[in-house]
Design a protein around this ligand. Structure first.
Ligand code: M6P
Ligand code: ZN
Length: 187
């Protein structure tokens, strides 16, 4: 078997800002482009999160990774969150490591099983294949985490845009609460 020999590389993760240096590709998500994800319509085009990617060939022999820096904030009672996705190749797994701030990871299967895990600096999360995942910033400082996944996995956003997640993470009496999503499953 022949294999492509890549050059080893090292990047530096800034534990304060969550940024990776060097970053091969940076993605920015603003409220207006993900407005439908929230129950209430956002009224400003605020920056919600940035993703700092380390690129490698997208094959099942490689591992893609990135950091995400998710700003604190809310739309109505819902905390700022990522879009969330299944992997296009459903059985591909992923690992998250909390770097800064306080977060919630909402996980769901296509069958509607769901789970919420709490993220903090040093928390390590294993996301098995078949579980969609979304991160939510439940604190008052930026939430930063590192993620690594099998590089051919791909992102399926469409399923989440159509059905949503079974639960929402909202602020209730100044603290995060997990509540049913009244719009879950609606096409
Ligand atoms: C994590 C990983 C990335 C993902 C990012 C933002 O860092 O799961 O693959 O892109 O979160 O989440 P999303 O793509 O759902 O907006
Ligand atoms: Zn993923």
């Amino acid at each position: 078997m022949t294999m492509e020999l890549l050059a080893p590389f090292t990047a530096q993760l800034d534990l304060g800002s969550g940024q990776l240096d060097p970053t091969h590709k940076r993605i920015e998500r603003r409220l207006m482009e993900m407005g439908d994800a929230y129950l209430e319509a956002p009224d400003a085009d605020t920056l919600v999160y940035e993703v700092f990617n380390l690129q490698v060939p997208e094959t099942n022999a490689n591992i893609l990774s990135c950091t995400t820096v998710l700003q604190p904030g809310k739309v109505g009672r819902e905390y700022f969150m990522t879009k969330g996705h299944f992997h296009e190749i459903r059985d591909r797994a992923e690992v998250y490591v909390g770097v800064r701030g306080q977060g919630a990871m909402v996980l769901a299967t296509e069958g509607g099983e769901h789970e919420v895990q709490w993220m903090q600096p040093g928390s390590v999360h294993y996301i098995p294949g078949g579980w969609a995942h979304r991160s939510v910033n439940v604190g008052s400082e930026p939430l930063a985490f590192y993620a690594a996944w099998i590089a051919d996995a791909g992102h399926d956003y469409g399923s989440i845009e159509q059905r949503g997640f079974p639960v929402l993470v909202v602020e209730e009496d100044g603290a995060p609460a997990v509540v049913p999503n009244p719009r879950y499953g609606a096409a």
